[in-house]
Design a protein around this ligand. Structure first.
Ligand SMILES: [Ca+2]
Ligand SMILES: [Ca+2]
Length: 92
């Protein structure tokens, strides 16, 4: 539920033009079905707030993984969620 909320926040932030300059990102098709969807956003939101060596996400128990750290700053945060949301609909 928290993940869904974060995704929604990211989508709203994008819609309002509050976010800019997220650099070209790695393909966020984490479930390898050939297209980036909300399901792929979930992979990132499930790890929100984690970093190498941190406690797991308190809602999901999942740990940081570089795979979901799209901007490579060693934290999974709103920037990474936004990076995936920006790719929704992309085929890669
Ligand atoms: Ca996908
Ligand atoms: Ca990051």
């Amino acid at each position: 539920m928290v993940g869904k909320l974060l995704g929604a926040i990211a989508a709203v932030a994008l819609a309002l033009g509050m976010v800019g300059g997220v650099s070209a990102d790695r393909c966020a098709d984490f479930d390898h079905d050939g297209v980036v969807t909300e399901a792929d956003v979930g992979f990132v939101t499930d790890r929100y707030g984690t970093y190498p060596g941190s406690q797991p996400n308190s809602d999901t128990g999942l740990h940081y993984s570089w795979r979901y750290d799209l901007n490579g700053d060693r934290r999974i945060d709103i920037s990474d969620i936004i990076a995936v949301v920006r790719q929704i609909g992309a085929e890669c």
